[in-house]
Ligand binder design. Structure first.
Ligand code: 0RA
Length: 636
């Protein structure tokens, strides 16, 4: 079986391509940006497979000048071009025009990298206005092109060639995808991750739009990935080199981990090269195996401190970990299909991690003790912050309103339904909001000055801050280990700050705190950002409000033409707005505009918050420089 050569006969024919164009979402998950980029991942996966089977060493991905077409080339064996004896068509044509073609159903040539179990090439073809495949084999170069999945002609010999390889050019169909522009950064990031997960493969990204070329190549695979994650965050490692395991088998398991002084824990997990942001069976197996290995080690060497319990969170604090598994038939679940649902994978990962990590700890006593020390520090810090947060939540739990923060103007109704807490920037805006609100349903908590930047601070430290602890008390739901969402005292929490850069900063600081420490409030859709107006425009007897310059210009164009008396007021801040005005524009549920805060991509949000709010100012600098051309109207 190992040396069996593949030829046109092996290809199984199941269906035509019409279903793909009728219901593209069924094959690529959707026709938005993620679906569009999925096409690239599909074609890429075929080349990665060729490399992982030892036949290719280099993959070149080119984003063409139009930004809407891509070529992916490799130096593998070249897709076979021989003619199928029954179908009288080339294997190349069959692979690109037949769903489920690729010989993968015989269990050979099984695809171990990402993708859609071998349907990839034909799906991409069906959804492209043009696709051209070129193959170098047997000293010749062949080409075949297609439109919307249908061959434009016959397979052509276009010349002689040295070496072997395949290249696939495609241009997605704008009648299927509302937007067909590829994002170079999205592609570059994916390629870099692929180069870590498939060690040794050289992946080159050529962005013809910017004229840039990137080359990704990591001989040490996920060990290098962990090191990159650590270095990006400037997190100081507590031991010298990471622990890495690589176990072959029915389910392949690779994991690499290092403990750092940072308080976050970062796990990047992948199944067949596909990111699994929501975890699943493989991550559960990793946690279980890691927990058991460390506890066993601590017990064997009598390192368990008396009277201190070590939780799995303590073990993970400061941990940077990459987990990559290869599974024959992965089942993904969840709204974004990024959670692995194969229960059989958990014991396999657990069984790989536990003995290997435990053995490594026994054989490497210096790092082992450095890790144990880190875990004990985490456990002590957790106990300290639990004591602190318990004292904060006790205030609300025991005697209700009397112990609420003095500056909170609570709403009068007892029923939580339809109640709202406005967190307002500044005492004077707080005063206007207090007078202008619907006092039955709306509570106001004014915040003084800048809010604490909670990124990279321990919870115990954060709760020493008066503004934050007042906020937690007002919310009533506790925090950290004392968090209980059923105790939240309001249905909605609305952040209300000035429409200027200071206001945006305050909103960002508050959202950082909510994301890091009260994430379930965001996830359950309870956090909102109010949009106060920046301009008041009086035209004749009518008053209009505009949230920004664009809205102002629209209103002027629509209503002010030809009329004489137009009065324009720019609000300096919420504080100078009359209570009645604040009600009409920002508080009144019938007229106001609220933005609901949602987390679309947890990993990306984590990265951006870490870059923008974390200790590492160079990450912030890079973030700002990368986006300098997007900042058109700077606040001065
Ligand atoms: C089937 C059989 C063989 C190679 C490939 C597929 C192949 C597919 C892709 C897709 C992108 N790059 C690729 N490179 C190779 C092996 C044919 C042989 O036995 O020589």
């Amino acid at each position: 079986m190992a040396n069996k050569t593949y030829s046109a006969e092996n290809i199984t024919v199941l269906e035509g391509l019409e279903p793909v164009r009728k219901r593209p979402g069924m094959y690529i998950g959707g026709v938005g940006s993620a679906g569009l980029h999925h096409l690239v991942w599909e074609v890429l996966d075929n080349s990665i497979d060729e490399a992982m089977n030892g036949h290719a060493s280099e993959i070149i991905v080119t984003l063409h000048k139009d930004g809407r077409s891509v070529t992916i080339g490799d130096n593998g064996r070249g897709i076979p071009v021989d003619i199928h004896p029954k179908l009288k068509r080339s294997a190349l044509e069959i692979i690109f025009t037949t769903l489920h073609a690729g010989g993968k159903f015989e269990g050979q040539n099984y695809k171990t990298s990402g993708g859609l179990h071998g349907v990839g090439a034909s799906v991409v073809n069906a959804l492209s206005t043009k696709l051209e495949a070129k193959v170098r084999r047997d000293g010749k170069e062949y080409a075949l092109s297609f439109s919307r999945g249908i061959p434009d002609g016959k397979l052509k010999k276009i010349g002689s060639a040295r070496g072997t390889g395949t290249s696939v050019y495609f241009h997605p169909d704008a009648t299927i995808f509302p937007k067909t522009d590829f994002n170079a950064e999205t592609i570059a990031q994916r390629l870099e991750v692929a180069s870590f997960l498939h060690r040794g493969v050289k992946i080159i990204f050529h962005d013809e739009k910017n004229g840039t070329k990137l080359s990704f190549h990591h001989e040490n695979g996920i060990t290098d990935y962990v090191e990159k994650l650590r270095a990006d965050r400037r997190a100081k490692a507590v031991h010298e080199s990471s622990f890495t395991l690589d176990k072959d088998g029915e389910v392949g398991v690779q994991a690499s981990m290092i403990w750092t002084e940072s308080t976050d824990d970062i796990t990047r997990s992948y199944v067949n090269g596909i990111p699994t942001g929501s975890g699943g069976a493989h991550e559960n197996g990793l946690r279980a195996g890691m927990g058991k290995a460390i506890r066993n080690y601590m017990e064997t060497h009598k390192l368990m401190p008396r009277g201190l319990t070590i939780t799995s969170d303590d073990i993970r604090e400061g941990l940077i970990c990459v987990l990559s598994v290869f599974v024959k038939e992965p089942q993904f679940q969840g709204q974004t299909k990024d959670r692995l649902n194969n229960p059989e994978v958990q014991p396999v990962v657990d069984g790989a991690v536990r003995p290997l990590l435990e053995q490594w700890l026994h054989n490497n006593r210096t790092p082992a003790e450095q890790i144990v020390t880190r875990i004990i520090i985490a456990a002590r810090a957790r106990e300290a912050s639990r004591a602190a947060s318990a004292s904060v939540s006790r205030k609300t739990a025991t005697s209700g309103r009397l112990t609420l923060p003095g500056k909170l103007s609570d709403c009068s109704q007892n029923d939580r339904k339809n109640s709202e807490l406005f967190i307002v920037e500044g005492d004077s805006a707080g005063g206007s909001a207090k007078q202008g609100r619907d006092r039955r349903k709306q509570a106001i908590l004014p915040l003084r000055g800048k809010v604490l930047n909670t990124e990279s601070l321990a919870l115990a430290k954060i709760l020493e801050n008066r503004e934050i602890s007042d906020l937690v008390t007002a919310l009533g739901c506790g925090i950290g280990s004392a968090f209980d969402i059923t105790k939240l005292r309001y249905e909605r929490v609305i952040l209300l700050a000035d429409a200027d850069s200071d206001g945006h900063h305050i909103t960002t600081l508050l959202l950082t705190f909510f994301f890091r420490h009260l994430k379930p409030l965001i996830e359950s859709g309870r956090i909102f950002v109010a949009v106060p107006p920046l301009f008041r425009i009086d035209i004749g007897n009518d008053t209009h409000w505009a949230a920004d310059e664009t809205a102002r210009e629209k209103i002027l164009a629509k209503h002010a033409a030809g009329r004489k008396k137009v009065e324009l007021t720019r609000f300096k801040g919420l504080g100078e707005m009359m209570p009645k005005t604040l009600w009409e524009t920002t508080l009144d549920p019938k007229k106001r505009r609220l933005l609901k805060v949602e987390i679309q991509d947890g990993l990306q949000t984590d990265r951006i918050i870490n870059d923008l709010m974390g200790k590492d100012s160079s990450a912030r600098f890079r973030f700002i420089m990368d986006r300098a051309d997007e900042a058109s109207d700077l606040d001065v």
